[in-house]
Design a protein around this ligand. Structure first.
Ligand code: GRF
Length: 199
């Protein structure tokens, strides 16, 4: 299965996926391209070091629809069948989502539906929850909303700061995202309403 990965920054989840594809933890998959809307994204360099094709496609004053159309066209050109968002900081247009029906997934650093949006780890920390975590989900037209594929609970410790908590969640993100992608590329699942069932 050909994967396309969209990033905007550091790219640690992208790198974890790339390494899992390389060592066979995610079998039968290849990363066709890594695309960033930010030309300065550090993750682009990390992908290049892995020998993966990269593209920087900045928005450059265009509408969301025009920008997304270029990204979709580059993905389709390379035969991408599945899109993984990994720290991609833009909302996708309806047309983008409809171009890849049930073929776009995202990782979010909280237990959805709690703490949607930006700085989810800090939102959870400030709220004072005792447990938070991370979620891999299908992307639909609402923010951080689509059907849930996998979740991992992470305990908030007494001596945590928002930073130490984020770091611990991130370590779990890397594992969870790989497990989820390996399951999805295995094609043994169905989506019924909001439920993703594996068999
Ligand atoms: C991760 O915390 C991810 O859950 C969120 O953005 C962050 C991206 O980090 N969507 P990285 O670029 O993968 O290192």
């Amino acid at each position: 299965m050909k994967l396309g990965i969209l990033i905007s920054g550091r790219g640690s989840n992208m790198l974890a996926i790339a390494e899992a594809v390389e060592n066979g933890t995610i079998p039968n998959a290849e990363i066709a391209v890594v695309i960033s809307d930010k030309p300065s994204a550090h993750g682009l360099l990390k992908a290049q070091e892995k020998g993966i094709e990269t593209l920087a496609i900045p928005r450059n004053g265009r509408t969301r629809e025009e920008h997304d159309a270029e990204i979709v066209s580059e993905l389709k050109k390379r035969g991408v069948e599945f899109v993984c968002l990994a720290g991609y900081m833009r909302l996708l247009s309806k047309d983008f989502i409809r171009s890849f029906p049930n073929q776009i997934i995202n990782i979010h650093p909280s237990l959805l539906p709690a703490f949607k949006g930006l700085d989810a780890q800090k939102q959870a920390f400030d709220y004072g929850v005792k447990f938070t975590g991370c979620t891999v989900h299908f992307v639909d037209e609402e923010l951080d909303h689509g059907a849930i594929i996998a979740q991992k609970v992470v305990e908030v410790k007494e001596d945590d700061t928002a930073e130490t908590l984020s770091h611990r969640i991130l370590e779990h993100e890397h594992k969870l995202y790989i497990e989820a992608i390996a399951k999805i590329t295995g094609n043994n699942y169905e989506i019924v309403g909001r439920k993703v069932r594996f068999f």
